[in-house]
Structures are given as structure tokens and as C-alpha cells.
Design a protein. Structure first.
Length: 462
């Protein structure tokens, strides 16, 4: 243990040294106070800057507080997806996070301040006087290009975050549009079952009137009532499916308490088939698709990662500035130096190789995404053409004869040339054919939605 004489520490050798010591103490106190104010100001500035990066939770309006129309068409649904859905709002926070990383990347390294004091006993072997103080500041000095490489990589990450939001918007718009088509088809089925119940009720009244005058048997009336009960059951099932479709669409978008009703005309979208199957147009649409744009942005991020790894491979030098002084008697000395890591055992080649591998993987991913999107567009174009032809053939061969089939069956039964079975068979056939048309239109609409979603045109629709 080192013995320290308190009288030597507290009592100056002469009045002049006491005055100089008090002056130096006052200067040190002022310097520390100024440093504290600077740190406090930097902290307050950082808090204000962080406040600008992300929105306050209270400033974001809750989706449940927004008035949403229950009756919507497809463009209105897509607007809700873009502007109201909390799923996309969550995705957009990734952009704010990347912008915060931009602040981090653009910051310069902070200096490191250190202060120390050394005491020695009666035998003053290291320096003259009982105590020596040392103040030192170490400032890392970035090499040219390091900060710029960091900023460039983060800027590309911001672009990739925006591309990721666009891809998520396109995917969500496609899912929502498919749910909307399902809701529209469920409404058509409910309308079909409602008309079927109304038609069977009308036929039952006809048969009941004929039974009252002895022109129809009670069996005919009973058979129609059984058929009517079955149709009412189907109607209730279709209503339950309609509620499920409506709730599923609201759940997909994350909108609580919303019960949408589709008002879109139940018909295929107008699309130019020749433009769909044109190879040049397909490649252009594939390149402009959100999935390919995202893969391209991620490839650029990986390429900037290689450049950053090359820059970060060089060690950052540290500039050292210091001052030491002793008391009783007073003596001072200034020091300046430079320290740097010597990359002998670790040459930091690993991060560079890893970044190069990531860049190669991103390039292959972009090529794969382009091939997948192009193949999807080509497949859906052929599917659209086939289903369009099937719908047109159905409209020409079957749908045009539904009215005459109904009239002939009723006239034959009224004139006694047909039985109740033929009358019911006619009603069932009309219901099945109308149900088949609903299915054909739904499958065609689904193929069109998948094509537009893959090309990104659905999310970009006004």
C-alpha cells in the first residue's frame, strides 16, 4: 500500500502555487460543465431526430375509427387495401426503420475521453510531486470512402424496403381481390337460391291449384313441398357461406367490425388476349412486376454490401491527444499519437467473401424471380383464354336455351303432357346451369386477378 502524506496534498508550498492551483481547478470545472452541456444537447437533438423518424402512435388513426363503406366495388376495395389496411401500415414501418439506419450510417464516430490521476509516496521516483493528472481524447478517423459506402448501402436498403412494401401491397391486393371474387360469387349463389325458392313456391301454388280441382295428385304437391324444403336449406347454407366470405375479407385486411358487400357487376374483366400472350409484352410485364423489382433492389443491396466489406476491411486509425501535469511543483506535458490495428492474425477477408456470396445469391434470386413471374404470366394468360372460350361456349349453347326450357316444361305440365318429375327436372337443370355459369365466371375472374397481381397492375389500379 502506498502511503500518502495529507499535508503535502492539501497544503501548497507557497502562495503563488496555491493561486495557480485554484485557477487550474476553476478551468477544469468549467471544461467539465461545458462538456456536460454538450452531451445533454446532443441527447436532446437525438431525441428530436428520432421523433421525426417515426410517427407517434397517437398520430396514427385506428382503422376501427374510420368510416368504411359496406357496399364497395373492386376499385374501392383496392383503395382500402392501400390506404386503410393495417397490414400495409405495418409493412411501411420497415421503411421508417431503414431511414433510421440511414442516420446511423451517416454518423461519425464519437471521441473517447479519459481522465486519470496517479499518486506516489514519499519517494518520488516516477515524477516530481505527490500527484500527476492525465487527460486524454481518442478520436477514430474514418478512412476515405468508408462512411460513403455505409450510406450508399443503407440508401439501397431504403429502396429495397420500399420495393418490399410495393410487393406486399401487390400480394395483399391480389389476396383481397380473390376474396372479393369469392364474396361476389357467394352473393350470386345466394341470389340463385333465393330465385330457386321463389320459383318452387310459384310451382307449388300451381300444383296446389290443380290438386284442388282434381287435375293433380296429392303426391305431386307433396313432392314439390319436399323439393321446396330442400331449396330453402340450400338457401340458408348459401347465406352462411356469404357471411363467412364477408368476414374472411374483413379479417384479411385486419378491419374489425366491417361487413363488406360486393357491388361489382358479375362479369369477366375486359382484357386483350393478344397482348397477354405476346412474349415481348410478357417479359416487359415480368420485369416491371413487384416481385422482380424487389429482387433487383435486394441484388443492389448485396452488391453495395461487397463494396462496404472491402472498405471495412481496412482498420480505422485512432488519433490520440493528451495532456499530463503534476503538482507541487507544477509541470505539464502535451502528447499526440496515432494508434491502428495491425491486421496480421485476422485480415478480415471473411466478411468480404461472405458479401460476395450474398451478392451471387441475390443475383440468382433475381433471375429465378424473373423466370417464375414470366412463367406465371404465360400460364395465367393461357388459362384466361381457355376459360374465356369455355364461358362463351356455355353462353351460346346452354344459357340461351334456359328460358325456352322453362316455358316448355310448364306448358307440358299444364296440358297434361308432362309429369311432376319432368317439371322438377327442368327446375333443377336451370339451377345447375345457372350455378355452372357462376362457377365459370368466378374461375375466369380468379385467373384474371392472378395475372394482374403477378404483373403488379392490380395494386397500381386507380
Amino acid at each position: 500500500m502506498i502511503a500518502v502524506d495529507p499535508s503535502r496534498l492539501d497544503t501548497p508550498a507557497n502562495p503563488v502555487d496555491s493561486f495557480g492551483r485554484k485557477n487550474r481547478l476553476m478551468q477544469t470545472t468549467k471544461a467539465r460543465l461545458a462538456l456536460a452541456l454538450i452531451v445533454l444537447g446532443l441527447g436532446m437533438g437525438g431525441s428530436a431526430l428520432a421523433q421525426k423518424v417515426g410517427e407517434s402512435p397517437s398520430a396514427i388513426e385506428s382503422p376501427s375509427a374510420i368510416e368504411l363503406p359496406n357496399a364497395i366495388d373492386l376499385p374501392g376495395l383496392l383503395r382500402i387495401v392501400r390506404e386503410v389496411s393495417p397490414r400495409l401500415a405495418l409493412e411501411r414501418q420497415n421503411i421508417a426503420s431503414a431511414q433510421a439506419d440511414r442516420i446511423i450510417a451517416g454518423a461519425y464516430p464519437n471521441p473517447n475521453l479519459s481522465f486519470g490521476t496517479a499518486h506516489q509516496g514519499a519517494r518520488q521516483t516516477s515524477f516530481d510531486g505527490p500527484r500527476q493528472n492525465e487527460f486524454r481524447i481518442d478520436q477514430p478517423v474514418l478512412l476515405p470512402g468508408q462512411r460513403g459506402a455505409r450510406i450508399e448501402k443503407v440508401d439501397r436498403e431504403i429502396q429495397a424496403a420500399r420495393a418490399r412494401v410495393a410487393a406486399g401491397s401487390s400480394s395483399l391486393a391480389g389476396e383481397a381481390a380473390l376474396g372479393y371474387i369469392g364474396l361476389l360469387a357467394a352473393q350470386e349463389k345466394t341470389t340463385l337460391q333465393t330465385n330457386a325458392v321463389r320459383e318452387l313456391t310459384r310451382l307449388r301454388d300451381i300444383v296446389a291449384g290443380r290438386a284442388d280441382v282434381g287435375m293433380a295428385s296429392r303426391y305431386d304437391l307433396t313432392r314439390l313441398e319436399v323439393e321446396l324444403a330442400s331449396a330453402r336449406t340450400k338457401l340458408e347454407e348459401s347465406k352462411a357461406e356469404l357471411l363467412d366470405r364477408s368476414g374472411a375479407l374483413a379479417s384479411l385486411l385486419g378491419l374489425r367490425g366491417w361487413q363488406p358487400k360486393a357491388t361489382q357487376t358479375y362479369a369477366p374483366l375486359k382484357m386483350d388476349f393478344m397482348a397477354l400472350v405476346n412474349l415481348t409484352t410478357l417479359i416487359e410485364r415480368a420485369n416491371a412486376s413487384p416481385a422482380v423489382q424487389l429482387a433487383t433492389a435486394e441484388e443492389r443491396v448485396a452488391q453495395s454490401g461487397v463494396a462496404l466489406a472491402d472498405r471495412e476491411r481496412w482498420p480505422v486509425p485512432v488519433l490520440n491527444l493528451g495532456r499530463s501535469w503534476s503538482t507541487t511543483p507544477f509541470g505539464a506535458a502535451n502528447a499526440m499519437g496515432l494508434s491502428v490495428e495491425v491486421p496480421i492474425l485476422d485480415d478480415r477477408r471473411g466478411p468480404v467473401v461472405k458479401a460476395q456470396v450474398e451478392a451471387k445469391r441475390a443475383s440468382l434470386q433475381r433471375e429465378l424471380s424473373l423466370a417464375e413471374v414470366a412463367a406465371t404470366l404465360q400460364r395465367q394468360a393461357l388459362v384466361i383464354a381457355a376459360r374465356q372460350a369455355a364461358l362463351e361456349r356455355f353462353e351460346a349453347d346452354a344459357a340461351a336455351r334456359l328460358a325456352s326450357l322453362k316455358e316448355m316444361a310448364e306448358n307440358a305440365y299444364r296440358l297434361g303432357k308432362g309429369t311432376i318429375f319432368e317439371l322438377l327436372d327442368s327446375a333443377r337443370s336451370r339451377e345447375e346451369l345457372l350455378g355452372k355459369r357462376i362457377e365459370l365466371v368466378a374461375t375466369l375472374l380468379e385467373a384474371q386477378i392472378l395475372f394482374l397481381s403477378a404483373s403488379g397492375e392490380l395494386a397500381a389500379a386507380p
